[in-house]
Design a protein around this ligand. Structure first.
Ligand code: GDP
Ligand code: ZN
Length: 460
């Protein structure tokens, strides 16, 4: 293991509760902690033990906070280095002060993701697990979180490793075959082996990509548009959905408009509500921006909730919206069921509305909302898809590597079918093998690592 300087950072998310943790990792972690700790001599304590005491300024000996300190000696730690975690009590300001004390005592402020990077470099986790740590921090719902945990436990890595193993075996077989030129059909045999493995691996990669489509929805949220003409009950629905404690409002920094993304967690399905600001502010979105323009919003939606008022006859805007959304994943709410019915489901038949897209609701009584939730859950967890099945949460880097690997495998398949010399085919085959290795970090360059890990939160 290389000589590692000791890094320090606050490792709990800022603003989350009163307790914060300052985490130190490196060869001097225990020595530095000892300089700021008033209590036991940390050099003497056993690994994986927790100690009560105070943090003091190493220069003035002034007490900063009351703390619990845990000591974990490498290699039995997250980074495989010595780790000290200082659990502070005194809120954000105190946590910052404790961090400063560790820096005064000689630690260096960690870069974002540096703890995970060390864990990776020391062989504690692989790259896809490190990335899953990041996804976990950003997960919007419990199901997305479970999926990240699956990945953290290495399901993508395990799969990729088994594919690479399969490929390596074939490469080895080809080498052996070529070493025995007394067989007359060496080329033919090798070509067949490469062809069969390339096809099998390609098929398995395609399956990963397919499964990951679900994963993507769960990580990024299902783009959901609530539409309908004015006064049908859109804002009421929105308020009910977001008023439940499960609503998460996320501010997305760095966008040109100051947009706020709202996520609603419906039975573990994260809905990312589109254009809610419009609904909130004007109430007259459709009239104001027109059906044509709202088409753009509708097109990028993964799910449309079209609200109708069943106590009134269909109006031209309703009909236009019904037609415009025909080909989409939509749920139609016949709202205001508490009022006398005017509109019946039979009247919607001519607009190709099927029974299973139709729900009766009343925002006033909050009735029909369970059915709405059940419907959303059923749509996105169809075929009993469980979080456990969303094993693969691919980020763009993974997806692009997998697609490049498929391209190389296609070259292999084509070449083997055109009797091109085996040593040329091997080049593409090996390239695909390398590309897969980049997913788990078995063949990866330093600059990429720096870029990846810098996307992490501080202290992770
Ligand atoms: P939006 O313009 O589509 O956003 O509709 P709103 O949610 O602002 O609702 C318009 C009016 O209809 C408000 O006065 C609501 O209280 C009322 N409203 C909404 N849903 C229902 C419902 O299910 N039953 C009844 N009786 N009134 C409703
Ligand atoms: Zn963050």
């Amino acid at each position: 293991m290389y000589q590692a300087d000791t890094i320090s950072a606050i490792s709990t998310a800022l603003g989350e509760g009163a307790i914060g943790i300052v985490r130190l990792s490196g060869d001097e972690a225990i020595e530095i902690a000892n300089q700021v700790f008033k209590g036991k001599d940390l050099n003497q304590v056993a690994s994986h033990t927790i100690h009560y005491g105070h943090i003091k300024n190493p220069r003035t000996a002034q007490v900063v906070d009351e703390v619990m300190v845990s000591v974990m000696r490498g290699p039995r730690s997250f980074t495989r280095e010595d780790i000290v975690e200082i659990n502070c009590h005194g809120g954000i300001v105190a946590v910052q002060r404790v961090l400063e004390m560790t820096l005064l005592a000689g630690a260096r402020l960690a870069e974002p993701g540096e703890f995970s990077k060390r864990a990776f470099l020391n062989g504690r986790i692989d790259l896809s697990q490190a990335e899953a740590t990041m996804d976990l921090i950003q997960a919007k719902t419990s199901k997305a979180m479970e999926a990240s945990v699956n990945q953290l436990q290495g399901s993508l890595s395990t799969k990729i490793r088994s594919l690479r193993h399969e490929m390596l075996q074939t490469l080895a077989q080809v080498e052996v075959t070529i070493d025995y030129p007394e067989y007359d059909d060496v080329e033919e045999l090798s070509s067949q082996q490469l062809n069969a493995t390339a096809k099998s691996v390609k098929q398995q990669i395609e399956k990963i990509l397919h499964q990951a489509q679900h994963g993507k929805l769960f990580r990024e949220g299902i783009n959901t548009a609530i539409i309908g003409r004015p006064n049908v009950g859109k804002s009421s629905l929105l308020n009910i959905l977001t008023g439940m404690e499960k609503a998460i409002v996320t501010e997305i920094a760095g966008t040109t408009r100051d947009t706020i993304e709202e996520y609603v967690n419906v039975r573990g399905v994260p809905l990312k509500l589109i254009d809610t600001a419009g609904i909130r502010q004007t109430d007259e979105v459709v009239e104001q921006i027109g059906v044509e323009k709202s088409r753009a919003v509708m097109e990028k939606a993964d799910l449309i909730i079209l609200v109708l008022n069943q106590s009134e006859a269909l109006q031209p805007v309703d009909i236009e919206l019904l037609k415009a959304t025909q080909a989409q994943n939509r749920i139609i709410l016949m709202n205001k069921q508490d009022l006398a019915p005017v509109l019946t489901s039979g009247m919607l038949a001519e607009y190709q509305v099927s029974e299973d897209e139709l729900l009766m609701t009343s925002m006033l009584n909050e009735s029909g909302l369970d059915a709405l939730e059940a419907q959303i859950e059923a749509r996105f967890f169809s075929g009993n898809l469980q979080a456990g099945d969303i094993n693969y949460l691919l980020n763009t880097r993974h997806t692009s590597l997998l697609q490049q690997a498929i391209d190389s495998l296609d070259e292999v398949i084509d070449a083997t079918e055109m009797s091109i010399p085996v040593d040329l085919i091997q080049i593409d085959f090996t390239k695909a093998w390398d590309l897969l290795g980049e997913i788990t970090g078995e063949s990866v360059q330093d600059e990429l690592l720096d870029k990846l890990f810098s996307q992490f939160c501080l202290g992770k």
